[in-house]
Design a binder for this molecule. Structure first.
Ligand code: TRP
Length: 329
């Protein structure tokens, strides 16, 4: 049997080249070797207020971008979290075996809570719901960025605790971090990972940015005080521009060095911008086609949810049995 892969993306902010190079591109490569489930986690998004109409259209936008990036809905299940009730059902049962102290220690919780006036309970529960997403499908592999590693660790802790209280129930998921080099940093702040939610129009290149916007953003990217590319003394901004170029082209290191050593930053940026545009244009064209075909996306999401629902239902049933809750049979 093929190992099962599960990953999720929140329908908030704009998917950018960092999401593509760090996650989507790997998912597309992985999908034929695994049984994959790619989930749009709308229930996670509402842990901070989302205007309903925006959320509704973001869910569709993310789904269409998954497909445009090359996720094949014949092989992979593309689904929306709130379409399968098992996510929230299991989350409650997991909540009951999770010490509050574990949740209060989460660095993402601390950062998000510090930015809110009143902290919703959902923000604290966020990682339990994420654990539920993964354990619901007994996923073996969870491809996420290193910012999610702590949540993955917590997922394993919760699974272990449940298994030791109620008997072997959950598969222990492993983290699958992307290959080195796929960690793309903010254009304006090359010390920080490129973020979907960071303010500032110069931070990220969105996958749906038109070519002139891509050029403008990359030409404004932070570099350093060297006049030209020097691989031994370059700062994080130049390293990031080179990383973007290399991640798209998959050029080997020697070719990168030979081509870019001594190149002035203006020329470097022009070349990076053209490579980015060349690679996102076909994706944007597919995005247009997908969103213009009436009913297509809705059908993909309906089928995705239908395909995974039986797995979710059988896990919930098993967990109910283990805990002594009421079951149909
Ligand atoms: N917390 C993840 C993020 O913000 C999204 C997510 C929710 C997820 N559930 C998941 C990722 C399950 C992997 C598996 O990136």
């Amino acid at each position: 049997m093929k190992a099962r892969v599960f990953s999720g993306v929140q329908p908030s902010g704009n998917l950018h080249i960092g999401n593509y190079l760090g996650a989507l591109k790997n998912w597309v490569k992985m999908q034929h070797n695994y049984e994959s489930i790619f989930c749009i986690v709308d229930l996670h998004a509402i842990t901070v207020y989302q205007p309903p109409d925006e959320l509704r259209s973001k869910i569709k936008e993310i789904a269409a971008l998954f497909l445009a990036a090359g996720i094949d809905p014949k092989h992979s299940s593309v689904m929306v979290q709130s379409a399968v009730p098992g996510h929230t059902e299991l989350a409650w049962m997991l909540t009951c075996v999770t010490p509050v102290g574990w949740l209060e220690r989460m660095t993402q919780y601390k950062a998000k809570a510090a930015a809110q006036e009143t902290v919703g309970d959902g923000l604290l529960q966020y990682p339990v719901l994420m654990a539920s997403d993964i354990l619901l499908y007994q996923a073996n592999i969870v491809p996420v960025g290193d910012d999610q590693a702590q949540h993955l660790e917590l997922t394993r802790d919760i699974a272990q605790r449940f298994n030791s209280l109620y008997g072997e129930t959950f598969v222990m998921p492993e983290t699958k971090l992307p290959a080195v080099g796929a960690r793309i940093m903010g254009l304006d702040e090359p010390e920080k990972k490129m973020s979907k939610s960071a303010p500032g129009s110069g931070h990220a290149v969105a996958l749906l940015d038109p070519p002139d916007v891509v050029r403008k953003k990359i030409m404004r990217a932070t570099t350093d005080s060297n006049p030209a590319v020097d691989f031994s003394t370059m700062g994080p901004g130049v390293r990031n521009l080179l990383a973007i170029f290399q991640a798209f082209t998959e050029w080997p290191d020697e070719k990168m060095r030979a081509h870019f050593t001594g190149m002035r930053y203006g020329d470097l940026k022009k070349q990076v911008a053209e490579v980015v545009i060349e690679h996102i244009e076909p994706l944007q064209k597919r995005y247009q086609e997908i969103t213009c075909e009436p009913g297509y996306l809705e059908g993909v999401l309906r089928e995705g949810a239908e395909r995974v629902r039986p797995i979710a239902e059988s896990t919930v049933e098993l967990v109910k049995q283990r805990m002594g809750l009421y079951t149909r049979s």
